[in-house]
Design a protein around this ligand. Sequence first.
Ligand code: ARG
Length: 593
Amino acid sequence: MAEAGKAVTLRGELSGLFKSALSTAFPAAEEAPIIASCNNPQFGDYQCNNAMGLFGKLKGKEGAPKNPREVATAIVSSLPDNSTIDNTSLAGPGFINCKVSSAYLAGRINALMTQGVASLAPPLRYKRVVVDFSSPNVAKEMHVGHLRSTIIGDTIANTLEFCGADVVRLNHIGDWGTQFGMLIEHMAELRPGGLAESRDEDVADLQTLYRAAKKRFDEEEEFKVRAREAVTRLQSGDEECIAAWQRICDASRREFQAIYSRLGVTLQERGESFYNPMLKDVVEELCEKGVAEVSEGATCVFVEGCDVPLIVQKSDGGYGYASTDMAAIKQRVQQEKADWVIYVTDIGQAPHFDMVFAAARKAGWLPEKGSAQPPRVSHVGFGLVLGEDGKKFKTRSGDVVRLVELLDEAKQRCRDSVAARREESGDPIDEAELEAAACAMGYGAVKYADLKNSRLTNYKFSFDAMLELKGNTAVYLLYAHARIAGIVRKAGKDVDALVAGGEAFKLEHPRERELAMAIVQFPEALEDMLEELTPNRLTDYLYTLSETFSNFYTECKVLGGEAEDSRLILVEATARVMRQCFKLLGITPLYRI
Ligand code: ARG
């Protein structure tokens, strides 16, 4: 198998050809190629848009071209010999349209079939990437925001891995902090003998425990004092406190794991407590370097353009969320040797991360802003999940929606609908198959509905919308994939053998060519998605691919047609790319439904 993350995309290849043409035709201009998809596919597949800008740049100089079209002509005549571009044409003031050769498309599909889809993975500049995602808080409810972070973070991590990066998937859980004081103190009172007699049952219902402890903390002054003392004992390593804290963390962990198992997401837990031993030194370093200063008793980093400072040590000497994030960023770049650190949280935390990044730059842990040098840091923010009424997402009774129940409902609805459809068609489904289909569709639908939105916008959670059989939904795409797999099954031919036998593609029909082009553009979708860290680039691509397939299938006879073998290869290549997309999106493909 070819090494992942090495192949150049079609767009990249064209870019290379035009780069060479530009430097031959206008060596002094040092112009970088501007390549885009063609606005009108009738004229070509891609266009080079340099001529207009370059004309402006050259104007007034000796021997300058008379108009942009002249610039374009010079670029075209300097294109190196190649088998990628079939022909070019000029349009408008000086756009250069390119039509890609069918031989090139056929070659790429052949490579995909023989070397695997991974051979299409675009090159990646980063070797080791930390993705900090999901990151719920111990003893508190894991809410839809954490679900979004889990789903978006997983897709980003999967895509980076596919492109050859070594990805560290970190679950930065909130497992440290003052809330543990009240929890421990409350637990101590549940048993006559205090903490020493604590049982797992005491933490079985963490939300209730949390609420009760919080109520007392807010209402009883004397309890508050004891809770604070418990925090101090916990921080100084008191055995009973540590054991109680462990018990609480374990109970939360089991709840988180139930969600991760259902979603098929793997994460490495490295909670806030991991950084606790580093906090003192980090704050000292920030002070020594003059990055942090004491203001009104607290140790703060003031960042230009931010109204509030980043507090790295509170006036009572305690450390908080920001202190931990400073220690974490340092540890990730220096010890973990990450050349890219990505944080996936709600957009509300953008100012926090702006300050953390700015402070880390001041401390010299990160290169200057705008530098192309690694390590790079990115905050992937996302909007809210709303109920169908456009308000905060809640159950009918007004409670926080429990994620397990939400996933169960999605699954149950899919189970009912698949069973009913199969019953109707006189082809009842067996239990194991039904269970697999219900999980794939139900969980896939929840994930897809989230990923397909531009992540910054709020989106409405609607079972009805996400389970639609038509349109841009996981359910539609899973059916589409199953139908495609069914075509290959029906043909009863070994497609790999056809490829190995040297079956030549005939990309004669315009719909065949369109489909081949869509397949070959898969790595570009990945490149765009990683550039902007926007998973909806990938869902849009998948949806377009499946639409392009259906146009092809409507107009081009596959089974029993003249070009059956050639078209079967195209069908199977589509299915393989779709499956790779599903995999990146964390969705299990179905071969028959
Ligand atoms: N626990 C936090 C929350 O629930 C998210 C943590 C994100 N990661 C980080 N390094 N700050 O909002």
